[in-house]
Design a protein. Structure first.
Length: 450
């Protein structure tokens, strides 16, 4: 029988592994565990190092891995995920959570097959819903705010090698024990991959409780929404372990081309009366000399803003703001990689001169390229500012200890960036107060000793 274990802080436990296809997915899923008391590290880029995983075993409870497979072919994605899973199996994990994109981008079915094959699993429970962010599954069809409907069942039936079944809302809203029996019956009848409907957090909780009673090797698969119901531990506050200063420069980097990101940038730009530095995407990925000049131009504009007292700097791709409303610049995947790489390079060059201590990164590829340019090994997660918006600190590399906030391009309302800044400023104030109290306490102690 599978059991989701409950631990006290400090007890020895097996490590949990999350496998995501991009960095924001690894972060927004990992932070669900952090909020329940687990110590979580996000590996910014999977690089096959067993030694690194083993070194994290004593310090962390959960490793969330960016496999960086979103843009790979199905064959390449399968091979990479299969090899990674085999490596994890050698470490005897508690379980593996296969994170998939909440809009089913990438290769969700093929990557799940890879995990099933490598672990020789009995059944996979697929729960794509993320009610907090407006993603709901009804009748096997994903309904997301402002998005076309996505037939999840068809995607898995078309691309998985295993029989796929659906568990509808009516069945989920039974007693968890009854749901467990239904899952077992579906499995006996041949279904290997079960896709669950869900429209509320209560639905997700029922599914997780039903899973506790299931026998055999189980693979959990879904969005960040389901992940938070697979972890039950005492919460403890660890966000005061890192420093932040209210007068530090905060750099917002937006490489996502989602219309939500454009609205969010315009909103924060107007609120703080600060301009948006845009990199001309038409000049990236073609002529190296031209690209270098464009990076230098952006870098100098950012330097000028910082020198003129701007503590908040917004840096984004020009394709977010087309000259003709409604006309989006067409960008190929290969160009997209070049563009996000250019963003990362600009951030790294800026960091050499301006030692900003906080970066807010929008878009999975952008977050990955920023971390890669700074030679980060991982992100130690500390809190969740809003649904799907984790905050942590960079581990390793030239920016070790830097505060980083990552956000998927489509997540959040128009004011989410403003709320992130407000959170950071409140955190800075709290830390300043804590330091003052500690200093006063130390002075009193010295006086008493004298």
């Amino acid at each position: 029988m599978f059991q989701i274990e409950t631990y006290k802080i400090g007890e020895l436990r097996k490590m949990i592994f999350i496998i995501a296809d991009d960095l924001t997915g690894a972060s927004d899923t990992g932070v669900k565990y952090e909020k329940n008391g687990y110590r979580v590290i996000v590996e910014t880029e999977y690089n096959c190092e067993d030694d690194k995983f083993r070194s994290w075993l004593e310090k962390y409870d959960v490793v969330s891995i960016n496999a960086n497979t979103r843009l790979l072919s199905s064959e390449e994605a399968y091979r990479k995920i299969h090899d990674l899973t085999l490596q994890i199996v050698r470490l005897n994990p508690k379980y593996i959570y296969k994170k998939i994109d909440s809009l089913l981008r990438g290769n969700p079915a093929v990557e799940l097959d890879a995990v099933i094959d490598a672990m020789d699993s009995d059944i996979a429970l697929v729960v794509p819903s993320f009610p907090e962010n407006g993603r709901k599954l009804i009748g096997g069809v994903l309904k997301a705010d402002g998005e076309a409907e996505i037939n999840v069942i068809k995607i898995f039936q078309d691309f998985s090698r295993y029989p796929v079944g659906n568990i509808c809302l009516e069945d989920i809203r039974r007693d968890p024990e009854e749901l467990s029996k239904l899952i077992e019956a579906k499995h006996r009848n041949g279904d290997k991959v079960l896709v669950f409907d869900a429209t509320t957090d209560r639905d997700l909780e029922v599914i997780s409780k039903a899973a506790e009673n299931l026998p055999g090797k189980i693979i959990f698969c879904g969005s960040a929404g389901f992940a938070k119901y697979l972890c039950r531990m005492e919460k403890y506050a660890n966000f005061l372990q890192w420093e932040a200063k209210s007068d530090d420069v905060i750099l917002v980097v937006a490489g996502s081309r989602r219309p939500e990101t454009a609205r969010q940038l315009k909103s924060i730009s107007e609120f703080y009366q600060t301009p948006i530095v845009t990199i001309n995407t038409a000049l990236i990925g073609h002529d190296p000399a031209e690209e270098d000049r464009e990076i230098e131009r952006c870098r100098n504009k950012i330097f000028n803003l910082a020198e003129n007292g701007h503590s908040l700097i917004l840096f984004a791709v020009s394709s977010l703001f087309p000259e003709k409303p409604g006309k989006q610049q067409q960008i190929q995947d290969s160009d997209d990689v070049c563009i996000t790489r250019a963003l990362g390079k600009t951030v790294e060059e800026v960091y050499r001169k301006i030692r900003f201590r906080t970066v807010i990164s929008t878009g999975g590829d952008t977050s990955f390229q920023v971390c890669k340019a700074l030679n980060a090994d991982g992100i130690e997660l500390h809190d969740e500012i809003s649904a799907g918006v984790p905050i942590g600190k960079i581990v390793g590399g030239s920016a070790n200890g830097m505060t980083i906030v990552t956000k998927s391009g489509g997540f959040g309302d128009g004011d989410i960036l403003i709320r992130i800044i407000s959170y950071l400023k409140n955190l800075s104030d709290a830390l300043s107060t804590l330091k003052i109290k500690r200093s006063e306490k130390k002075e009193k102690s010295n006086e008493l000793q004298n």
